[in-house]
Design a protein around this ligand. Structure first.
Ligand code: AMP
Ligand code: MG
Length: 328
């Protein structure tokens, strides 16, 4: 009987294509970026993760005319699905924690700079002032407890949606019994479990001056989300000045905090994503102050003058570079 069970188990594994050491891989384009999905499981598991990411993209995209966010931004009101509501709650929590450095109502500013349509340009002061008058996460808070939502501004989940999607895909894989997975959603990395061969996960941190090359690596085992925000990821040059896509809601201009990139490590993908954007806006001093009063994230900071700084919890994972440890 024991032998029969062993044979049928093996059969089940063969039939569904469950991998022992070789993962099932998918490359997709979603949320305006290339994504890699690597699942130590069945073909169906990988397909389920892909469907989940595509579903969230269709819901949360600011540019897709059929998305819930597009309708909300167009009409100023909408009935929110459970996911949009859930993400809104998470986004507002990050806004509060970072004193508005992360702000999901930043969309009018993103449009003013032309980042949504690849028509980037420096806006006039008039256009900037008009956009800024519509930005402020505080305006969202009074309506938070309802699923029917109205807003006199516009939402943009571009700074948090990929992390949320990675987390939801990992949650789904886990509910399907998958124990190991590696997702890279346009550089937003999230791992589930440890590699079957016992090797560490290795995730590179891009060199801001040569983004195709790693300036350092993070090596670790187990489940983790690692999200990098950097000015080098999307930018344009006008009259010899570089303008990037991470905006300081307080000034309306691209954040000028002395940082070239921030990589946040956390157990929740959405939190890591929202915080990476926020810490980039805040700069080293405010970001490390927030880290000192928090216990749910670690970070690696690359400064514009070439420095590398790692918080105490990130430091043991950081390799292949010289760096300074940020102490509590
Ligand atoms: P990320 O790459 O996660 O840092 O997100 C950058 C994207 O988030 C931008 O392309 C904008 O769509 C949006 N964004 C820009 N500035 C902010 C901000 N201060 N708070 C929230 N979202 C932002
Ligand atoms: Mg982000």
């Amino acid at each position: 009987m024991k032998k029969l069970c062993a044979i049928s188990l093996l059969l089940v594994c063969l039939l569904c294509g469950c991998a022992g050491s070789a993962p099932v891989e998918r490359d997709i384009f979603a949320m305006d970026t290339l994504m890699l999905i690597r699942v130590w499981g069945c073909e169906d598991d990988a397909s389920a993760a892909v469907s989940e990411i595509n579903r969230l993209d269709a819901l949360l995209s600011v540019t897709n005319e059929n998305s819930e966010i597009f309708a909300l931004n167009r009409d100023g009101e909408a009935e929110l699905s459970a996911d949009t509501y859930d993400l809104l709650v998470k986004a507002i929590a990050v806004s509060r924690r970072t004193d508005g450095a992360f702000d999901p109502t930043v969309y009018p500013l993103v449009v003013a700079w032309g980042f949504t349509k690849d028509e980037q340009h420096v806006p006039t002061q008039e256009a900037l002032d008009a956009a800024r008058s519509l930005v402020g996460y505080e305006r969202l808070e009074s309506d938070l407890d309802v699923t029917y939502f109205s807003i006199d501004g516009k939402l943009d989940f571009g700074g948090i949606a990929k992390g949320y999607a990675a987390q939801k895909a990992i949650d789904l894989l886990q509910s399907r019994g998958v124990e190991t997975a590696f997702l890279s959603l346009g550089g937003n990395v999230q791992t589930l479990g440890s590699k079957p061969d016992g090797e560490k996960w290795i995730v590179g941190i891009a060199d801001p001056n040569t983004p195709s090359q790693a300036i350092a690596c993070l090596r670790f085992t187990g489940s983790l989300a690692l999200v990098t925000s950097g000015g080098y990821q999307r930018y344009f040059d006008e009259n010899g000045v570089r303008y990037h896509h991470i905006l300081d809601p307080k000034t309306g201009y691209p954040a000028d905090s002395g940082l070239a990139s921030v990589t946040v490590l956390a157990h929740d993908g959405a939190l890591a994503d929202g915080l990476s954007t926020a810490l980039f806006v805040m700069g080293m001093e405010k970001a490390t102050a927030l880290w000192r009063e928090s216990d749910d994230f670690e970070a690696v900071f690359l400064t514009e003058d070439g420095g590398i700084f790692a918080t105490e919890g990130a430091a043991p994972l950081l390799t292949d570079c010289d760096f300074t440890v940020v102490e509590r």
